[in-house]
Structures are given as C-alpha cells and as structure tokens.
Write a protein that binds this ligand. Structure first.
Ligand code: AFP
Length: 280
C-alpha cells in the first residue's frame, strides 16, 4: 500500500502543476458519462496512469475518463478506480477541485475496498488517506506532511444539497429545508471533493445527491466517487447511505454505475433515513 500512497503523492504534485498552467480548453472527446472532456481531464488521467504503471502491486485501473478498465500488472493484487480531476469544470472559475481514488483488493466492488484517498487542489493542496483511520496530509515544500487524524462529531451544521432543485422530489426538498430551518449553513460549490472535505474538517453536516427526475439513480459514480467517500466517512465516524441502506453494501454492474448518496454525521443520516423510510 505504501507504493500506491507514494504514486498518488507524485500524481498530485504533477496534477497541481498541470492545473497551474493557463486554461487549455475543451477536447473534442466525451467521457463515458457523456461529458465533454477538458484537455486537462485527459492530461491528469495520463499522469495517474503513468504513475500507477510503475507500481507492480496494481493489477488493474479504471478511470472515470475511460470507458473500460485497464490491466497494469498481472502479478498485482490491487484494483484502483479513480476520478483524475473531479469538478474540472470549476477550474476555469478558479474554484477548488480534486482527485479521488478507490483502492480495492482482488477486484472492484464495495466489499473489496481496503483504502480510499482524495486530493483537494485549493488554496493549499491537501490529501486525505483512509485505511483503518482517516489521516490528513498537507503538501509543503514538495512533500505531503501528516497533519492529524479526522473524526466527525455526532452532529454538524453544514448542509451541501446537490442536484438540480427543480427536479427534487417534494419530500427531499422538505428534508433539505428542515436542516436550514434548524440553522444549518449552505455550503455547496459544485465540487464533490471540496464540499465533502469541508464537512469532514468542520466536524460534520450533510452532503446529499438524491435521485432526481433527470437523474433517477443519482449522478455520482459508485467506484470512483461514492464508495471512496463512503469508506472515508465511515472510517471518520460518520455514515454513508443511499437513503435506505449503507452505500458500502451496494453492488455494481458497470464500472460507471451511479448511486443516490448521502454522506454525513450520525444525526443527519438518521434524519435522512426517517424521511426516506416513509417513501416506501
Ligand atoms: P463536473 O466534473 O462536471 O464539474 O461535475 C462535478 C460533480 O461530478 C461533483 O464533483 C459534484 O458534486 C456534482 O457534479 C455537482 O453536480 P450538480 O451541479 O448537479 O449539483
């Protein structure tokens, strides 16, 4: 696992350098989710693939930017799913973005996840890596220095409601509004990594991306986004559900499958379960 951790650190430093170059515009290609790819998306994907190609413990990689998984080393045991630059459409308005990694042993799948990691490229470059505990690192002078362990409180006060509001179910809107009525603060940038990082570091709250009329199975991808953050939130003392059950118990059929997702502290997740249990 140390060799994977080191490869992610090297990738993050190279990706930060790529982001700092002026905007290089959109490519003519689309990714598997039908989203037009930024040249930067493709460049960041290549950086990560190159770094993992040097790690013999990595058997297979799957990128959000590619249709199919790729064999790296037959003798490897880890399967890594990653989103090279999540929220890339925010780069040209200078908002924070991130890279997300799900590390699976033996094959992809929530039941095989053994570690998860994300890097947030903001005013500072920080990394969160979770195995048994969730650890925060800060990039300083070309190296990631350990800062602290992350633990969520029982309840927070931040509310990050994703998805197109005009397509929310009425009961979901009532749920979201009920937190604001309790004094929760709206914290939503449209970047999953900084939005979830903020709730983790501020001690708690709720991030939601529900099923909507336009995206009935949610928008966020299980292997690259949902399972890694579910793993990290659970290792930090929080919870991650799809409205009814644990996200980390969900199967997947295709590497680009999506899921409805709620990540947060215990209090907020219990409230989500109460409301969603009434919907049958
Ligand atoms: P982009 O990568 O297209 O910017 O989308 C970012 C993202 O996948 C995730 O980072 C956000 O949480 C989510 O989309 C925001 O989606 P909505 O704009 O529909 O809330």
């Amino acid at each position: 696992m140390r060799d994977i951790f080191n490869a992610i650190q090297k990738s993050a430093i190279r990706i930060k350098e790529a982001i700092d170059v002026k905007d290089i515009g959109y490519s003519q290609q689309e990714n598997s989710s039908g989203e037009t790819q930024l040249q930067l998306d493709i460049q960041c994907d290549m950086i990560i693939e190159e770094e993992f190609s040097n790690v013999t413990s990595v058997h297979t990689i799957a990128s959000e930017e590619k249709e199919h998984a790729q064999l790296m080393h037959n003798e490897g045991k880890y399967f890594i799913a990653y989103d090279p630059l999540d929220g890339s459409s925010l780069v040209d308005v200078n908002l924070s973005v991130g890279s997300i990694f799900g590390i699976y042993e033996g094959d992809f799948g929530s039941q095989n996840m053994v570690a998860a990691c994300y890097v947030v490229y903001g005013p500072r470059v920080e990394m969160v890596f979770a195995e048994n505990k969730t650890k925060l690192y800060l990039l300083q002078a070309g190296a990631f220095e350990f800062v602290k362990e992350i633990r969520l409180k029982e309840k927070g006060n931040l509310n990050a409601p994703g998805g197109t509001q005009q397509h929310w179910a009425p009961y979901h809107k009532e749920l979201v509004d009920s937190f604001f009525a309790e004094g929760y603060r709206l914290r939503y940038s449209g970047g999953m990594v900084p939005d979830l990082h903020q709730i983790l570091l501020k001690g708690g709250g709720l991030f939601s991306y529900p099923g909507t009329l336009d995206k009935p199975n949610g928008k966020l991808r299980k292997l690259f986004e949902v399972f890694p953050f579910a793993f990290i939130y659970e290792k930090s003392g929080g919870r991650a559900i799809d409205g009814k059950g644990d996200l980390m118990k969900l199967p997947h059929a295709n590497i680009h499958d999506t899921a409805i997702c709620f990540f947060g502290s215990n209090y907020e997740i219990e409230r989500v379960k109460e409301v969603y249990a009434q919907q049958g």
